[in-house]
Design a protein around this ligand. Structure first.
Ligand code: TYD
Length: 413
C-alpha cells in the first residue's frame, strides 16, 4: 500500500459542520452588533481559525476578535457543536480503511474539546488513534504544525486529506502527499491553486487510492498490430470475471481529447513534430484528469488503447524528438499516472508493412511512410526491455494472441 497513515481534516472533510458553525457566527454577529457578512461570503469562515475569521473577514482588532471568539464558542458549546453530520460514505470508508490496516488520524484547527465532542456525537471517534487540535486558548493554530504532530510515530508514508488550502499547504510544508476534498467547503479554484496530489469528488474515491485496488493496463503497438481487437476481448473477459472495467483510448476518451484527435489524425493537417507531441500530451492531460485517474480511484481496471509509450515510439523515435524530450513534454500531463502493465504488440517490420498496406483509409500518422514506421518499431522494441512491459507476439492468430494475453492477465490480476 502506498500510505500507512491517513490524516484527515475535520470540518468540511469528515463532517459537514456548516449548519452549527454558521448559526453560531450569526449569533455572535447579533450579540456583538457586527455587520452580518453577505450570504455569498459566509462560506469563507468555514475553514480558517475563528480568530482569523473575525480579524480578517470582520476586520476586528485582536481584543474585539477574542471577544467575538468567546461569544461564538459560548453558543457553539451550548449546542452548535452537535449540529453536524458525516459526509456521505465517510463512516463506511473509515471502517474499510481501518480494516485495511491503515492508521487514521485527525489534524484540525477546531478546538480539541469541540473536535472530540463532534466526532463522538457522530460515532466517528472510534476510528482515530490521535486527534491533533489546538486547545481552547490558542488563538492561532498552524496547520503545518498540526500535520507534523499527526505524522509523529507513523510507520510509513502519510496522506493528508482536507478541503481547504490550509490543509494542502500544511501537507506541502511537511513534504507529504495530499488529497483535496471537493465535496467539502472549498472549490475547484482553491484546489487548483494549492496543487494537491489528488482531487476527490466524493469520500468513496479514497478507498481504491488507499487500498490500492484500481489497475491500469495499456495496450501498445504499431498500426495494425491487432491490439484494438484484443483489448475488446480482454474487456469482455475481465467483465465476465467480475471486474469493473473501463475501456478507453488515446488520443481521445474525453470530448476535448477527441477533438484534438481529429486535428492530429487529419491527413490534411501538417505540423511541427514538437507541436504534435504537445497536442498528444494535451489530449492526455485531459484524459488523465477526467477519465483515467477517477476510474482508478473508483477501483476500476482501466484498459487504455495507447498511452505514453505511443508518444515515445511515434514522436520520440518516429519523428526524432528523442525519448527524453517526449517524457519531459508529458511529465505534467501524466502527473505520475502510469500503467501498472504495458502490453506491447510486436510485429517485425515486414509484417507491419504488409498490414499497413492493407488498410484502405489511412490517417496522418499512417501516411508518414515506411521509414517512419520502421523507426516507430525500433522505439517499441526499445521499450519492450523496460520494467512492467509484456511483449506480445502479435503475428499469431487472433486466438493465439488472446490465449497469450489471458494467461498473463490471470497471473497478473
Ligand atoms: P488510432 O486509429 O487510434 O491507431 P490504431 O488504431 O493503430 O491504434 O490512431 C492513433 C494514431 O496516433 C496512431 O497512428 C498512433 C498515433 N499516436 C501517436 O503518434 N502518439 C501518441 O501519443 C498516441 C497516443 C498515438
Amino acid at each position: 500500500m502506498r500510505y500507512s497513515t491517513v490524516i484527515f481534516d475535520l470540518d468540511g472533510t469528515l463532517l459537514d459542520t456548516s449548519p452549527g458553525i454558521l448559526s453560531c457566527f450569526a449569533k455572535a454577529e447579533e450579540e456583538l452588533g457586527l455587520p452580518p457578512l453577505p450570504p455569498e461570503e459566509r462560506k469563507w469562515v468555514l475553514g480558517p481559525t475563528l480568530f482569523d475569521s473575525f480579524t480578517i473577514k470582520y476586520g476586528l482588532d485582536a481584543a474585539r476578535a477574542q471577544e467575538a471568539v468567546d461569544c461564538y464558542r459560548k453558543h457553539y458549546a451550548a449546542g452548535g457543536v452537535l449540529n453536524c453530520k458525516p459526509f456521505p460514505g465517510i463512516e463506511a470508508l473509515l471502517a474499510d480503511l481501518q480494516a485495511g490496516g491503515l492508521c487514521l488520524r485527525v489534524a484540525t484547527s477546531k478546538a480539541g474539546p469541540f473536535a472530540r465532542q463532534a466526532l463522538e456525537h457522530t460515532g466517528l471517534l472510534r476510528f482515530f488513534d490521535k486527534i491533533c487540535a489546538p486547545d481552547l486558548h490558542n488563538k492561532k493554530s498552524n496547520k503545518a504544525e498540526l500535520v507534523r504532530q499527526a505524522m509523529e510515530g507513523s510507520e510509513g508514508p502519510c496522506l493528508m486529506v482536507g478541503d481547504r488550502r490550509f490543509d494542502i499547504e500544511g501537507a506541502h510544508a511537511q513534504g507529504i502527499d495530499s488529497a483535496f476534498a471537493l465535496y467539502g467547503f472549498g472549490d475547484e479554484w482553491e484546489a487548483a491553486a494549492c496543487r494537491p496530489s489528488y482531487l476527490l469528488h466524493s469520500a468513496d474515491e479514497l478507498r481504491p487510492l488507499l487500498l490500492g485496488k484500481g489497475c491500469f493496463l495499456c495496450f501498445e503497438g504499431g498500426d495494425g498490430s491487432g491490439k484494438t481487437t484484443q483489448i475488446h476481448r480482454v474487456k469482455a473477459y475481465l467483465e465476465q470475471k467480475g471486474y469493473a472495467v473501463r475501456l478507453t483510448r488515446e488520443p481521445g476518451g474525453t470530448p476535448v481529447s477527441e477533438a484534438v484527435r481529429g486535428i492530429l489524425l487529419d491527413p490534411n493537417q501538417s505540423m511541427d513534430p514538437l507541436t504534435e507531441a504537445y497536442l498528444y500530451a494535451a489530449a492526455r492531460a485531459e484524459h488523465v484528469r477526467r477519465v483515467l485517474r477517477p476510474a482508478l480511484l473508483r477501483g476500476e481496471v482501466v484498459l487504455c488503447d495507447r498511452y505514453l509509450d505511443s508518444s515515445i515510439a511515434y514522436q520520440g523515435y518516429g519523428r526524432g524528438l528523442g525519448e527524453e524530450t517526449v517524457r519531459a513534454v508529458n511529465a505534467l500531463a501524466v502527473d505520475g499516472c502510469l500503467p501498472d502493465k504495458h502490453y506491447l504488440f510486436l510485429l517485425d517490420d515486414e509484417e507491419a508493412e504488409r498490414r499497413a498496406s492493407r488498410r484502405s483509409q489511412r490517417d496522418r500518422l499512417e501516411l508518414a511512410g515506411e521509414a517512419f514506421r520502421a523507426r516507430v518499431g525500433e522505439g517499441y522494441r526499445a521499450l519492450a526491455k523496460e520494467e512492467g512491459v509484456c511483449a506480445v507476439p502479435a503475428a499469431g492468430s487472433e486466438e493465439e494472441v488472446f490465449a497469450f494475453l489471458r494467461k498473463d492477465l490471470d497471473r497478473f490480476l
